[in-house]
Design a binder for this molecule. Sequence first.
Ligand SMILES: Nc1ncnc2c1ncn2[C@@H]1O[C@H](COP(=O)(O)OP(=O)(O)O)[C@@H](O)[C@H]1O
Ligand SMILES: [Mg+2]
Length: 377
Amino acid sequence: MAAMPNVEARGQATFDCASEAAMAAETKASRATSTVRLIGLTKTFSPNIVALKGVDLDIPGGEFFTLLGPSGCGKTTLLRMIAGLEHATGGEIEIGGRAVTHIPAHKRNVNTVFQSYALFPHLSVRDNIGFGLRMCGVKKPDIQKRVIETAKFIKISELLDRKIDQLSGGQKQRIALARALINEPDVLLLDEPLSALDAGLRGELQIELLRIQRRLGMTFIFVTHDQQEAMVMSDRIAVLSDGHIQQVGGPKQLYERPDNLFVAHFMGHSNLFPIQKHDANGVYTELGRIVGRFESGTHMLIRPETVTLTPGQSEGDNHLSASVVERIYRGSVAEYRLNCGATELVAKCNNCGQDMFEVGDTVTVVVETDGLVTLNE
Ligand SMILES: Nc1ncnc2c1ncn2[C@@H]1O[C@H](COP(=O)(O)OP(=O)(O)O)[C@@H](O)[C@H]1O
Ligand SMILES: [Mg+2]
């Protein structure tokens, strides 16, 4: 195994101005080797389960890239194919510009962190982290040194002599991460690594994982079915359904400008209304007429946080009369379910201590056309 700069030195270099030139050269080199390109990738499991139906993706080196989609859409299969743990039925995989489609897993400089941790219960934390290096024939003192450095980087030094069954879920996931990073892969693959953890710890580890990725400048390909998690962590996200990509974009783009109904629903949108008629002045939906210039589409999306509620009825373009059906208190926001026109609309208002509306109140929904998107099925 080639001698590579150790994990901690790579991480610290990001913050060390004195070694900026060296860092730039190294980052450039590591980014070039950690690009991932998928070209028309397909996978059929026998007899005829089609898991992937032609996936094209270009992931630049150093990106935090997320595969997001519902259970069974092909996320794990795609990750396993990049790792070399599953053969492609068709298409090509390139890592660092090198075709690896037919190269076995152990010859790709890629590591995977699994949801199930996949740690060896009979080994200590220290031996779990050093396992990969031992298999590669690295000398014992070198393994010890790198285990200590990696443990320090992941902040688990005090756990090194524990057994795996003496660890919490969050600690086990850190050990799994350390074990994957010690090999200094060009690309780290993470298959729902946080989904077994409780919400608080999960939120903390999301931020920590993102910081680690930023310090290392390594490509992370992260799998999740949780759109909030994907938005918090990712530079870009690919939304998958049923073996193909629906849309690729940054979190803001996917949330604010979904291409189609599937992406809109998956990003958590509820206010999606079929467009009944579209003319030069605007569109007609079950809510009534909405004035403005909109691109053509089958549906109108109104993001709940972009509407304003005012008390009583007021006249004007895009002032819709509504009544409060339900109020859900969510701490920082109040969510209102409103009867509006012939349908139901959801509005979210920042909770800044002002009086809230009551169930049964008549309100006016003021719709800002900037917050509207037309999209297709
Ligand atoms: N080894 C396998 N044999 C047969 N079918 C499989 C196998 N692995 C996955 N599949 C099928 O491929 C599809 C995608 O699965 P998977 O990649 O695990 O989805 P996800 O990770 O998004 O939940 C599913 O229909 C699943 O049942
Ligand atoms: Mg999966």
